[in-house]
Design a protein around this ligand. Structure first.
Ligand SMILES: [Fe+2]
Ligand SMILES: [Fe+2]
Length: 151
């Protein structure tokens, strides 16, 4: 149908039932991984195994909460983030970003000068986390310069 060159505004794909279902299916799997982590944690006497399972369990609980926030933002009230929300945090964000960058630098230094499996195993996990923190803050920091609203 020709609408005289005017396109009907399309709803974002995230609002589709399929997308929300995908996130909900994924969220259900978190319960399963929490159960497995719990079982293995109790079954093993090894502290490294226990620590690994503990971390995965915590991460999965965090994932569940974040998936729920995402689902709510799509089905209830949307999240909105504007450059103004970040402008007043500018100084704090920059300092935090620098601290995370420094953490990453020290962690990298430790990894590069280590050779034991256990050290490298733990450091790799921590580095991935520090990278994550730095990336998240970096994205927020970039948004300060944007002039559009982000939904
Ligand atoms: Fe997960
Ligand atoms: Fe960090």
């Amino acid at each position: 149908m020709n609408l005289g060159g005017v396109m009907a505004k399309k709803k974002p794909i995230e609002m589709s039932t399929n997308f929300v279902k995908l996130i909900k299916d994924w969220q259900k799997l978190e319960d399963e991984t929490i159960r497995y982590a719990d079982t293995l944690m109790k079954k093993s006497k090894n502290r490294l195994v226990k620590m690994t399972m503990e971390m995965i369990k915590h991460d999965s609980q965090k994932h569940k909460a974040m998936q729920q926030m995402l689902i709510d933002s799509l089905t209830k009230e949307p999240f909105i983030l504007s450059p103004d929300d970040l402008a007043s945090l500018s100084d704090g964000l920059n300092k935090h970003l620098a601290a995370e960058a420094k953490s990453l630098e020290l962690a990298d230094q430790a990894l590069n000068s280590s050779e034991m499996f256990v050290t490298r195993y733990i450091l790799s996990y921590l580095i991935a986390d520090e990278q994550k923190h730095h990336n998240l803050l970096g994205k927020l920091n970039e948004l300060k310069r944007a002039t559009v609203f982000v939904t």
